[in-house]
Design a protein around this ligand. Structure first.
Ligand code: C2E
Ligand code: CA
Ligand code: CA
Length: 482
């Protein structure tokens, strides 16, 4: 094998280096890039007399040093390609600590720091990994090769070692894992900024669909990203252009008496037609539009309450609306302006948003409760919670996720779970709503399990205010008309 095509793994004393590239010099240079002892090697190579810039806390490469290395490596790839030689292959990983903010806020900055230090330490022990700190809790790794299976195994082993070190040795049980995005060069990109962007897209997708795992970039993500940006732009306009509607779905007592309505947001896009909330709420959350949208929902619900058709309304609050700490004040201001009382409202917050509820969020929930709002824990049963949650988080209502309505007929575990939730809630004075009841059988099973309230298509589908017949006392016979 000539030096021009040499591509191998060499283990030396105290470091591991890949030799890549066309010439001996280039190969040696590359060994510096993937070395675990960057300072020593770069001095040996006579490339720089300056010590490599390292992050003080973690010992990872600083942002500048890491980006320099990435830039250099990408240039070598382009050089090799322009000479029609086989280019070295590399993969960029972006590592994101799941729920890092909650960990930091809830358990103190020293715990957060411990996690970051261990994250880097574990990466530095993996042969050939070059880790840099790009920002607060943003880390990037350069690794040779682009074989998905090999990288997948490597990253899985890293994640397992990291979790083990933090859980077992450091006792940080609140650490839930890291999500990793990956893109490769020259396969996906030939320039550093492009590779970073694509890796970021992979991470973004991973955070949505593959938390705690590794997601490789694929070209469809570019379209998805473009679409999400377009939706975010359209959403901003939609708030101004009044393209939203609130639909209302009834919730009834065991006897079929109307108890309240849940307000569900609808977006009538001028070109795409009705867009369901599942498709735009996550984008509104990420782009910060959720605050304006939440305010719009509340104001519209106030106006609709004043119409007299509905008496009590449950509105959905996104976890992202608690970010700024101003939610109680914002809600109160709207109610004052509209002249509506807090006891007309139930605020539904999802279980997953509440799992990561920090003291900061809990304070806001308590404040809202003191103002007279009732709090409902939405989609209960979708996260990994124990019933202890009811003790630590002040809730008035628990809404069991609709998957249990569907599951109860065939799955005895679902039946046992729903019955247990109902019993625990009864002793704690919490009202249980069974969501997603579509059939008579599901209705009977929900009542048998002990649910206090029923919601679902069997009782009534979400409908515009004008389509809700006023002055109804019972929904038992109204199913098909709503
Ligand atoms: P959610 O809060 O769990 O709302 C219940 C969803 O289940 C609604 O979907 C409702 O139409 C649907 N549903 C009700 N009964 C049945 C049934 O019997 N069977 C089935 N299969 N589905 C049923 P929708 O309206 O598409 O809303 C989806 C999610 O979007 C909501 O889930 C909620 O998380 C979110 N969302 C809706 N409106 C708002 C809002 O104003 N603000 C926020 N932050 N989120 C909202
Ligand atoms: Ca809800
Ligand atoms: Ca729900």
């Amino acid at each position: 094998m000539s030096s021009a095509t040499m591509f191998g793994l060499i283990e030396g004393a105290g470091h591991v280096a890949w030799l890549l590239g066309a010439t001996f010099a280039a190969g040696f240079f590359a060994s510096c890039l993937f070395s675990t002892e960057p300072k020593v090697l770069s001095e040996k190579a006579g490339l720089s007399q300056r010590p490599v810039d390292l992050d003080d806390l973690t010992g990872a490469l600083s942002r500048g040093a890491f980006l320099d290395r990435l830039e250099l490596q990408m240039r070598m790839i382009r050089d090799a390609e322009s000479r029609n030689q086989a280019p070295p292959e590399l993969t960029l990983l972006l590592i994101d600590v799941d729920r890092f903010k909650q960990l930091n806020d809830g358990f103190g900055h020293s715990t957060g720091d411990d996690v970051l230090v261990e994250l880097v330490k574990q990466a530095q022990t993996r042969p050939g990994w070059q880790i840099g700190r790009l920002g607060g809790d943003e880390f990037a790794v350069l690794v040779a090769g682009h074989d998905h299976r090999e990288l997948g195994n490597n990253v899985a082993a890293y994640c397992a070692d990291l979790r083990d070190a933090l859980h077992r040795r450091k006792g940080i049980l609140a650490f839930s894992g890291v999500t990793v995005g990956a893109a490769s060069a020259p396969m996906n990109a030939s320039f550093a900024d492009e590779l970073l962007k694509l890796t970021d897209l992979a991470l973004y997708q991973g955070k949505k669909e593959n938390r705690g795992g590794l997601t490789f970039f694929n070209p469809e993500m570019r379209e998805e990203y473009g679409r999400a940006r377009q939706v975010a732009r359209d959403l901003k306009a939609a708030v101004l252009l009044d393209e939203f509607q609130l639909h209302y779905q009834p919730i009834v007592s065991r006897e079929g008496e109307l108890a309240s309505f849940e307000a569900l947001l609808r977006w009538k896009h001028p070109l795409s037609g009705m867009i369901p909330p599942d498709q735009f709420i996550p984008i509104a959350e990420q782009s910060g539009i959720i605050d304006r949208l939440g305010a719009w929902v509340l104001r519209r619900a106030c106006e609709d309450l004043k119409s007299g058709v509905i008496e009590t309304v449950a509105v959905n609050i996104s976890g992202a609306q608690f970010r700024h700490g101003e939610l109680p004040d914002q809600i109160l201001k709207i109610l004052r302006e509209e002249g509506v009382k807090a006891d007309k409202f139930i605020l539904e917050i999802t279980e997953t948003a509440l799992i990561s509820a920090t003291p900061f969020v809990l304070e806001q929930i308590k404040a809202l409760r003191q103002l007279g709002f009732r709090i409902a824990l939405d989609d209960f049963g979708t996260g990994n919670n124990s019933f202890n949650m009811f003790r630590s988080i002040p809730v008035d209502i628990v809404k069991i996720d609709k998957s249990y309505s569907q599951g109860m007929a065939t799955d005895p575990i679902a039946q046992v779970f729903v019955t247990a939730v109902c019993q625990v809630c009864k002793t704690l004075g919490i009202c249980v709503v069974m969501e997603g009841v579509e059939t008579e059988e599901q209705h009977s099973l929900a009542l048998l399990a002990g649910a206090d309230r029923i919601q679902g298509y069997l009782i009534g589908k979400p409908a515009a205010l004008r389509d809700i017949p006023s002055r109804r006392r019972s929904f038992g016979t109204l199913n098909s008309r709503i």
